[in-house]
Design a protein around this ligand. Structure first.
Ligand code: NDP
Ligand code: 8X3
Length: 250
């Protein structure tokens, strides 16, 4: 029987690339995001290859998550893989000057959203006595940088949650993989800079950034590892990147 993956943030970037690779690998897909038009387009493009279900919700909306997960048809409740990928950075600024609405979006989405989705899915995995959760953290979760402290804190929390999940769930047959990417060329910087395409484009200039497929490839590798192997933690940087804010540009 085909495995089932539940992917948050599937409408763009790393999540969408993961959905594409999973479909090619024959994994049925529950694709989540807030943009229904994109979910519909993904459904159309993958449904010839695998079974697809789309769920439109904001990961900050605990009630919507619980309602949609409990309403899953029984054949979709055997979730083998959860990819906790939804998230973004909002703005760049110091703690003195930062926009507190941006902080709310990052902490509520990247941290509490990941927790809410996990809390809804983990009981289904416990019932099946197996599962695999892949959390998308960031190099920003391992290193703190000026003007990005709240985003870094949100990803540092993801690192801690991954460790905690591994402590609590390994003995229940659930594997945890934490993946920390460096600079990946997605809509991430467009979101961070609130639609300023010039500023977003500059982030990826003068070097070859990671592509979302590079991270998707690692996620597929992790979920395809044999039962006796857990890929616990992966940090993946662009070839020209040596630290969160150190990128060698031409
Ligand atoms: P994108 O902006 O391309 O994709 C973000 C995805 O998350 C979208 O599908 C978006 O969907 C979804 N999303 C964001 N906020 C919410 C929310 N509140 N509720 C539901 N879905 C949400 O960025 P990436 O693909 O780069 O980002 C994916 C993950 O990778 C994020 O967690 C990010 O922090 C992390 N990351 C990214 C790096 C990079 O350099 N790009 C590096 C390291 C980590 P929709 O808008 O439809 O809801
Ligand atoms: C995204 C990578 O370095 O912009 O998580 O924080 S970075």
């Amino acid at each position: 029987m085909a495995r089932i993956a539940f992917i948050t943030g599937a409408t763009s970037g790393i999540g969408q690339a993961t959905a594409t690779l999973f479909a090619q690998a024959g994994i049925d897909l529950i694709l989540c995001g807030r943009r229904q038009d994109r979910l519909d387009a993904l459904n159309q493009s993958f449904s010839n290859t695998v079974k697809v279900l789309t769920l439109c919700f904001d990961v900050r909306d605990r009630e919507a998550i619980n309602a949609q997960v409990s309403a899953l048809p029984s054949e979709w409740k055997n979730i083998d893989i959860l990819v906790n990928n939804a998230g973004n950075a909002h703005g760049l600024g110091t703690l003195a000057d930062g926009d507190t609405d941006d902080w709310d979006q990052m902490l509520d989405g990247n941290v509490k959203g990941l927790l809410y989705v996990s809390k809804a899915i983990i009981p289904l995995m416990l019932e099946n006595k197996q599962g695999h959760i892949v959390n998308i953290s960031s190099i920003a979760g391992k290193e703190t940088y000026v003007n990005g402290v709240v985003y870094c804190a949100s990803k540092s929390a993801v690192e801690t949650i991954s460790q905690g999940m591994r402590l609590e769930l390994t003995q229940k047959g659930i594997k945890i993989t934490n993946i920390a990417p460096g600079a990946v060329e997605t809509e991430f910087s467009m979101v961070r800079f609130k639609g300023d395409a010039d500023r977003a484009g500059q982030v990826y200039q003068g070097f070859e950034p990671l592509q979302p497929e590079d991270i998707a490839d690692a996620i597929l590798y992790a979920v395809n590892a044999p039962k006796h192997v857990t890929i616990a933690d992966l940090t993946i940087l662009a070839g020209a990147q040596s630290a969160a804010t150190t990128i060698h540009r031409s």
